[in-house]
Structure formats: C-alpha cells, structure tokens
Design a binder for this molecule. Structure first.
Ligand SMILES: Nc1ncnc2c1ncn2[C@@H]1O[C@H](COP(=O)(O)OP(=O)(O)OP(=O)(O)O)[C@@H](O)[C@H]1O
Ligand SMILES: [Mg+2]
Length: 462
C-alpha cells in the first residue's frame, strides 16, 4: 500500500450528522476520498471491504465506544498499522492519554477547526508515509546486508577451496619432485656402481696377468739364483786364486756384496708381488659386479678390502699426519647380503670420514695438535641374535644440526662444487634400508666427530 497523499481514503467514524457533514466536506474539498461509519461495529465491518489510509474515530459512539473500536482495530494485523485520530468533545486529559495508549496517533477536539483537522490529518499521513518509506528502505538494507553476507560466505568458501586446491597441488608437486629425485638417484647410483665396478674389474683383470707371471716365474728365478750362487761358492772354494781378469771384475762389481744382497732383494720382490696379488683379489672382491644375488659373506673381509683400496688416503704425507684405523672386530657370522653394494656403503662412509678428518686438519693448520687429535677412525663390529652392527666413528669436526637433519637427502652436500655429489649417504641409506631391511643412522656432536651405525638384520635362527 503506497499512500499517495491526495487520493488517500479516510474513514470517518462518527454518529453526529453535523460533524459528519463538516468533516466530509473539509476532507473532500482537500481532495481526499472518504468513507463513513456511524458506529464502531460498522466501522470494523467497513475496513474489511477496503482498508482506509487513516481513521478519524469518535470516542462517544452508540454500541461499542471509540476506545474499544480502536483496541479491536489494533488487534487485527491487517488494520493495526492504520493511523487513528480520535475525535473527542471531552477535553479530558485522562481520555486523551487512554486513546494514545491504545495506539491512536493524535486527537482532535470538538468543535472542529477545519484547518486544524486538515493539518493533523496531513501530518499523520506524511508521518505514516515516511515511516513506510523508512521501513521499506530498512527491509531493502537488510536484504542487501543478507546478500553481502551470503556473497562473503561464498567468497570465503571459494578461498578455502582454492587454498585446499593449492595445497593439494603443492603436495602432489612435492611428491613428484621427490619421486624424480629418487629416480635420478637410482640412475646415478647404478651408473656410479656400474662404472666403478667396471673400472675396478678392468684394472684387476689387467693387473692379474702380469702379476701372476711375475709371481710364477719368481719361484724359478729364486731357485736358479740359489743354484748359481752355490756354484759360485764352489768356484771360489776350489779356485781361490782366479785369473787376474776375473779377480779384477769381481772387485769391480763388489761380488761379495752382490752375493749377500741378491737373495734379500729377491725376497722383497716376492713380498711386493704378493701384496699386488692381494690387492688384485680385493679389487675383484670389491667390484662383485656379477653378484646380482645375495651371498653369505665375511663382512670383516669386506671391510678390510675396502680399507686396502682406501690405503693411499690414510697414509701420512707432508701435509697430512695420516689416519689411524682402530679395528675392534667382534664375532660375526657370515652375513647374507649383496656384498658389492655393502662395500659401496663402507666405501662411502669411510670416504666421508676421511674427508671430514682432512678438513679438520686443514682447519687446524698452524696450531699445535695434541695427541687426542690424531685423526682416527674406529671400526667396531658386533653381532647379536637378530642383527649385526657395524660402527664407524671418526674424531673429525662433527656436524651442525642443519647438516645432520639433511644428511641422507639426495644431493645434499657441504663440499665444494665438483668435489661431492651429495649422493654417498643417500645411496648408502637406500642400500642398507631398502635392499637389506636394515638401519643406517648417525650420532654426531659438533666439534666431537661423527659415528655412523649400520645394522643388518640376521635371519631368525630356527
Ligand atoms: N663423518 C662425517 N663428519 C662430518 N660431516 C659428514 C660426515 N659424513 C658426512 N658428512 C656430511 O654429510 C654430507 C653428505 O654426505 P654424502 O656422502 O651424502 O655426500 P658428499 O660426501 O658431500 O658427496 P659424495 O659422497 O657424493 O661425494 C657431507 O657433505 C658432509 O657435510
Ligand atoms: Mg660422501
């Protein structure tokens, strides 16, 4: 209902024909439409047909009075908002208060001043219209707020969804990256193993032939030289005074010394060839290229082979005091494993220890080293019912927590570019944990060295 001022319908409820006439004329002249009721009941009935915009209600009526009519109008949700102005002859303040309390908006005292009636009606209609506009605007505002709230909620949900999707993507990407790194690592590992093994096997093979013919012929050479020396002794015994030319030659070559030194010389040659032969055997053992299957091996032998290969890096030089290797081997059973791969692990861990010790020596340069600082690596082995444990402890610089946390990450290295690939420990971890179902971990304190511990499970005894 949008009240447009001059065509508003005003209901006049009054039983006095004179008043009715005055009011009707005044309002009609002012352009209002009017309806008339002469008592409360017919007024209530009338509003049922057509809702007026405003009601002028006489207090004194036959039947139910104006107050009761007002009360009933206010009880009906359809009519409760219609502004009511009381018409009263009583200039009684109490009556006015009663009327206002019942919900009337104003009152006009009889006898009427036409201008006053008109003014009051207009004011109330204006007020009513303004209230309605306000209400409408309020509802509209409320709707807008609701819409905004809904939009905000939708936006928030969208943001959450988006965040979730970003998270999922990131996780997926991370996983892909990690898979890629693993794949790359495996590739590098197999390539590294393959080329190292191939090279070692090649060198071993190339060395093996010449060493075996030196070794084999040396026995005969020793034999022949023994014979020849014996013969010489006999000559000297039976011909103490040889021809001057022989005597001269004997003196020139210092025959006595040659005869004493030659056997010694040959002996050391034999020791040397034996050493070469052992090294060749170690190299062959180390490569184990053909060893695709598990094999029961003596891990002490594997350790010794690896140490032999690393021998040159342990020795004292003008710049380096040499590394002491302390072995504390326990009683180990033969261990079912991939020997070539475990050798690789030993090699990686020992190389790291050597590199750490070299670094600490470089850092100590110029300062006096005390005895406790002699670089050393302790290798301890031990077997229990269910596993063998191999420990490598060095007294190098140890490591910071940051390094410790990333130790086994593929491609993590603190070494300068080209010096370390950062794969040694990652590969070792894979070999020990994935290939052998074991454990590889490290204990280290900064400044106090590092210990790497390998545990290989033993099959359950029946
Ligand atoms: N015994 C140790 N003492 C102190 N730090 C160590 C020791 N062993 C390993 N580290 C640290 O762990 C890092 C990773 O070692 P890892 O063997 O995986 O790679 P790398 O030795 O740097 O390179 P690569 O072995 O591929 O040549 C090293 O760069 C080093 O910082
Ligand atoms: Mg390394």
């Amino acid at each position: 209902m949008t009240p447009t001022q001059e065509t508003d319908l005003i209901l006049i409820v009054d039983d006095s024909p004179a008043d009715l006439e005055v009011l009707s004329k005044t309002l009609t002249d002012a352009g209002f439409e009017i309806a008339i009721a002469i008592d409360g009941e017919s007024a209530l009935e009338q509003v049922g047909y057509e809702l007026p915009t405003l009601i002028l209600l006489d207090v004194l009526l036959p039947g139910i009075d104006g107050f009761e009519t007002c009360r009933r109008l206010k009880m009906n949700p359809l009519t409760q908002e219609i502004p009511i102005i009381f018409l009263t002859v009583l200039d009684d303040t109490l009556d006015k208060i009663k009327g206002l309390n019942l919900g009337a908006v104003d009152y006009v005292s009889k006898p009427f001043q036409q201008e006053e009636v008109l003014a009051r009606v207009r004011v109330q209609l204006k007020l009513y219209s303004l209230t309605k506009t306000l209400e409408r605007q309020n509802t509209q505002l409320k709707q807008e707020v609701e819409q905004r709230t809904a939009a905000e909620a939708a936006l928030q949900k969208l943001t959450v969804d988006l965040e979730k999707r970003v998270e999922e993507r990131t996780a997926k990407l991370k996983q892909t990256l990690s898979e890629l790194q693993q794949a790359q690592m495996r590739l590098v590992q197999s390539e590294k193993m393959y080329s190292l093994g191939k090279m070692v096997a090649g060198i071993a093979h190339e060395l093996n032939n010449p060493v075996s013919f030196i070794d084999g012929n040396l026995v005969y050479a020793l034999h022949y030289i023994d014979d020849l020396l014996e013969l010489l002794h006999l000559y000297i015994k039976h011909y103490p005074n040889p021809a001057p030319e022989i005597q001269e030659k004997a003196e020139k070559i210092d025959l006595d010394f040659v005869m004493r030194d030659l056997p010694k010389l040959l002996n050391s040659m034999q020791v040397g060839t034996e050493r070469i032969a052992t090294l060749v055997r170690s190299l062959r053992n180390f490569s184990h290229l053909d060893q695709a299957e598990k094999k029961a091996v003596d891990l002490h032998q594997s350790l010794d082979n690896t140490l032999l290969i690393l021998q040159h890096r342990l020795k004292l030089t003008s710049k380096f005091p040499g590394i002491q290797i302390l072995k504390e081997y326990g009683n180990l059973p033969l261990v079912e494993c991939y020997p070539g791969q475990l050798n690789q692990v030993f090699m990686n861990i020992l190389s790291n220890a050597i590199e750490a010790l070299e670094e600490s020596v470089i850092n100590h340069e110029g300062t006096e080293r005390i005895d406790k600082d002699i670089p050393k690596i302790e290798i301890r082995t031990e077997a229990t019912n269910d596993k063998v444990t191999i420990r490598f402890a060095d007294n190098g610089p140890g490591m910071t927590q940051t390094v410790y946390d990333r130790l086994f990450d593929p491609f993590f290295t603190t070494k300068s570019f080209g010096k370390g690939t950062g794969l040694g420990l990652a590969i070792s971890y894979q070999i020990v944990v994935e290939k052998h179902g074991g454990r590889l971990h490290c204990v280290s304190t900064l400044g106090e060295g590092a210990e790497f511990i390998i545990e290989i499970p033993l099959p359950k005894a029946d």
